[in-house]
Design a binder for this molecule. Structure first.
Ligand code: GLA
Ligand code: ZN
Length: 669
C-alpha cells in the first residue's frame, strides 16, 4: 500500500479541533500520520508518571477517519526536568562549551542517565501501543547527529579504543603517536579532539585519533538507537522501525551503520530553505539524496518529512510555486519513495518553527497548498497500489565512503574541495541523462552494476581495493578520482605511489601533485575524438601529475610545468576498464565524461529529455512505470519511444508529449 500522510502535533492544538483536522486529512486522501516525536513533556510530565490518555484520544479520532499511525520516540527533545535531573547530559560542542537548554538535540548520546530515560520512555510507549490497532510502526528519535565532546564521551572513547586496539603500543603505532611525542602511556590520557587543542585555529589533531573519534561518535548514536530498537522489537514485533535521516548532505554519522538496524530508511526532504534561497532549485540535489537514501539498504524508503510550504525559523523562504509541492513529492516517489508524509500539517503559531509552513495556514485554513496535495491524494488513491513496492533498477553505482568523508573533515586537502559537492558534480552528469544511479557502500555487491564511480576514495581498505579490482577484472568500468588510496584505515598516508592500492588496476602512478589556489583552473586538451567535442572542461582544485604505464591517455593538462602530461587515462584491466581522472574537474568535466563512460560500460539511457525535465523508471516485475517530471516553469516537449498510457487517467499519450509547467506524468506501456 502506498503511504500518504502528514506529520501532526495534536498537542499543539485544542482538542475540539482534532476532529476537523482528521476529517480534512481523510479528505486529502491521507492514510498515515506521524505523531509524538516531540511530545515527551506530555507523555511523561514527571519522572516515571506517564499520560497516554490524550494521545489515545487523538489516535482514536484519526483512526476513525481511516488514518494509521507512526509514533516517534520523543528523545530528540528532552523536557526540562530530564536535563535538570542530569545537568551533565548536555552535549558538549567541539569548542568545549556545553549547549544550554532551549533548542533540541541538546543531549549527549553516551550519558548513562540520559540513556536510561530514553529506555524508560521507549519502554512505556512500546508497552502501551504494542497492540493498538492504529499503530503500524516507529520512528526512533528525530534526525540523529551532532558530535559530543563531553567527559562521558571521552571516557567511552577510551574504552572503545581499548576494545579496538587492545594495547597502547598498538594504538600508538597505528596513530603514529611518536609525532610531537604524543605517545600515550595510559588510556585515560587520550583526549577528545576538541577545538581548544588548536588555539591558533590550525585545527590539527592527530588524524588517526580524530578519525577514530568520528567513527566512535557515529557508533554512539547507533548504540543509542539500538537500545530503543531492542525494546521496540521485543514489545512490538508486528511494527516496523525506521528513522528520519537528513539526505546526502549530512556527514556526521555513518548512515550505513545507522540504517543497518532499521527495517527501512526514511528521510526529510526540504528544498527552499532559508540557507538555499534562490529562484531555481536544481532537481539533481534532491535526486542525489534519494539515491543515497535508497542505497543505504538498497531498497525503497519513506519520505517522513516532505516539504509542505515555505521553510523558515527566523527568515521565511520563497513560497513553493503552484505545482511545486506535488512535483517534489512525485520526484521522491519516482526515485523510490513508498511513502510521502508531509511536514507539517498546520503551521505552528508558537515555538521556534512558527514560519516553517505546513499544509494548513496558522489559523487552520485550508488554502492553495492543501488543495494541491488533495489533488495528488486523489490520484494516488487510484495508482498508489501499482507504485508501492516497485523498484528502481540501476546499472551505475557511486561509492559513498564514510571513512573518507570523515577524514576529509579532518584534512580537507584543498579548501575548495567538498566531498558532497564532488559526489554531486559526478551524480548530476548521470542524472541529466536520466540514468538511474545507486549510491552504495564499499561492501555492496558491485557485480549488480556495469559502471562504478569511486569518488575521492581517500581512506581505502585492502578489502575494498580488492573488490574494485575484481569488479574491473570481471568486465566492469570504474572511474577513480584524485585523492584516492591516499590513506590506510588508520588515516596514515600509504607507503606506496598513489592511487595506492588502486595504482595497478588504474595503470598509473602519481609522481607528484599540485593543489591549486581557489579560482585557478586550466583547460584540458582531449586526445580522443568524440569525448569532448566543443566543450572545454577545466581542471581545478587538484592536479595529479601522472606516470602512465599501459594506460591510454584521454586528456592532457595544458598549463604549468606539467602541461602536456596526462590528466585523464583509461586502462584495460582483465575484461574491464579503469579510468583515472587526475583532477577534480568542474561539473562539466563529468557531464562530458558520462556518455563516454556509459558507452564503455554498455549502459543505455532511458530517454533524452530537455533541460529541467527528469525521467525516472520504477519497475514492477517486467512492467515499467515512467515518471516524467517537468521541473521548469515553462512548457517542455518530450519525445517518447512510442505512445504510452497515463496510469492516472487511463488515456493513451502520444509519443510527442507536451508537459505543462511543473507537470508530472506517470506512464506505462
Ligand atoms: C527537520 C525536523 C523537523 C522540523 C523540520 C523543519 O527536518 O525533523 O522536526 O524541525 O526540520 O525545520
Ligand atoms: Zn557526550
Amino acid at each position: 500500500m502506498f503511504r500518504f500522510g502528514v506529520d501532526y502535533y495534536p498537542e499543539h492544538w485544542p482538542e475540539e479541533r482534532w476532529e476537523t483536522d482528521a476529517r480534512l486529512m481523510q479528505e486529502a486522501g491521507f492514510n498515515t500520520v506521524r505523531l509524538a516525536e516531540f511530545a515527551w513533556s506530555r507523555l511523561e510530565p514527571s519522572p516515571g508518571r506517564f499520560d497516554f490518555d490524550w494521545l489515545d484520544r487523538a489516535i482514536a479520532i484519526l483512526h476513525a477517519r481511516g488514518l494509521q499511525v507512526v509514533l516517534g520516540t520523543p528523545t530528540a527533545s528532552p523536557p526540562p526536568w530530564v536535563m535538570a535531573m542530569h545537568p551533565d547530559a548536555f552535549r558538549v560542542m567541539e569548542s568545549g562549551l556545553p549547549v544550554s537548554y532551549g533548542n533540541r538535540r541538546n543531549y549527549c548520546p553516551t550519558h548513562a542517565g540520559y540513556r536510561e530515560r530514553s529506555r524508560i520512555v521507549t519502554q512505556a510507549m512500546a508497552e502501551h501501543y504494542a497492540d493498538h490497532p492504529a499503530v503500524i510502526g516507529w520512528q526512533t528519535d528525530n534526525e540523529f547527529g551532532d558530535r559530543c565532546y563531553c567527559r562521558h564521551c571521552q571516557a567511552a572513547f577510551q574504552s572503545w579504543l581499548q576494545h579496538k586496539y587492545s594495547s597502547l603500543d598498538a594504538l600508538n603505532a597505528a596513530w603514529g603517536a611518536i609525532f610531537w611525542s604524543h605517545v600515550y602511556t595510559a588510556w585515560s590520557q587520550i583526549p577528545a579532539p576538541l577545538a581548544t587543542a588548536a588555539p591558533f585555529g590550525d585545527g590539527s589533531h592527530n588524524p588517526g585519533l580524530a578519525l577514530d573519534y568520528y567513527r566512535f561518535m557515529s557508533d554512539q548514536y547507533v548504540a543509542f538507537q539500538h537500545e530503543q530498537i531492542e525494546i521496540l522489537r521485543r514489545e512490538c514485533p508486528a511494527h516496523f522501525i525506521t528513522h528520519n535521516l537528513m539526505g546526502a548532505g549530512y556527514d556526521r554519522l555513518d548512515y550505513f551503520d545507522l540504517a543497518a538496524d532499521l527495517d527501512f530508511v526514511s528521510w526529510d526532504n526540504y528544498r527552499r530553505m532559508q540557507w538555499t534561497f534562490r529562484p531555481e532549485v536544481n532537481p539533481s540535489e534532491a535526486a542525489l539524496s534519494h539515491a543515497v537514501m535508497r542505497g543505504l539498504k538498497q531498497k525503497n524508503f519513506w519520505v517522513m518529512e516532505q516539504q509542505a510550504g515555505s521553510g523558515g525559523w527566523q527568515i521565511v523562504s520563497v513560497a513553493p510555486r503552484p505545482g511545486e509541492l506535488q512535483l517534489w513529492a512525485h520526484q521522491s516517489i519516482a526515485h523510490g519513495a513508498d511513502a510521502i508524509i508531509f511536514f507539517r500539517w498546520r503551521t505552528a503559531r508558537f515555538g521556534a518553527e512558527q514560519y516553517w509552513h505546513g499544509l494548513l495556514e496558522h489559523d487552520g485554513r485550508t488554502g492553495r497548498r492543501y488543495q494541491e496535495i488533495k489533488r495528488m491524494g486523489a490520484e494516488l488513491a487510484r495508482v498508489g497500489a501499482q507504485i508501492a513496492g516497485s523498484e528502481v533498477r540501476a546499472e551505475v553505482a557511486i561509492l559513498l565512503d564514510y571513512d573518507s568523508r570523515f577524514a576529509f573533515q579532518i584534512q580537507a586537502n584543498n579548501p575548495a574541495f567538498h566531498y558532497t559537492a564532488h559526489l554531486h558534480d559526478i551524480y548530476q552528469a548521470f542524472h541529466a541523462r536520466n540514468v538511474a544511479v545507486d549510491v552504495v557502500a564499499g561492501d555492496a555487491d558491485f557485480s549488480r552494476y556495469k559502471l562504478l564511480v569511486a569518488p575521492a576514495l581517500y581512506v581505502l581498505s585492502e578489502t575494498t581495493a580488492r573488490r574494485i579490482e575484481q569488479f574491473v577484472e570481471a568486465g566492469g568500468v570504474v572511474l577513480v578520482t584524485p585523492r584516492t588510496g591516499v590513506k590506510d584505515e588508520t588515516n596514515t598516508v600509504v607507503n606506496m605511489p598513489l592511487p595506492g592500492l588502486l595504482a595497478r588496476v588504474c595503470g598509473v602512478e602519481v609522481e607528484e601533485y599540485d593543489s591549486l589556489p581557489e579560482g585557478v583552473s586550466q583547460p584540458l586538451a582531449f586526445e580522443q575524438p568524440g569525448i569532448c567535442d566543443g566543450a572545454s572542461p577545466h581542471a581545478r582544485i587538484w592536479c595529479d601529475i601522472l606516470r602512465t604505464g599501459d594506460a591510454q591517455v584521454i586528456a592532457r593538462y595544458t598549463q604549468e610545468y606539467y602541461a602536456g602530461t596526462p590528466a585523464i587515462t583509461a586502462n584495460r584491466y582483465g575484461a574491464g576498464h579503469a579510468v583515472y581522472a587526475a583532477t577534480f574537474g568542474d561539473a562539466s568535466l563529468y557531464t562530458m565524461l558520462a556518455p563516454w563512460l556509459l558507452k564503455l560500460a554498455g549502459v543505455e539511457g532511458t530517454l533524452t529529455t530537455p533541460v529541467g525535465v527528469e525521467c525516472c523508471v520504477r519497475w514492477q516485475g517486467e512492467r515499467a512505470i515512467w515518471f516524467l517530471l517537468n521541473h521548469t516553469a515553462e512548457e517542455r516537449h518530450v519525445t517518447l519511444p512510442a505512445p504510452m498510457v497515463d496510469i492516472v487517467s487511463g488515456q493513451q499519450v502520444d509519443a510527442a508529449v507536451i508537459l505543462r509547467p511543473r507537470q508530472v506524468l506517470m506512464l506505462t506501456t
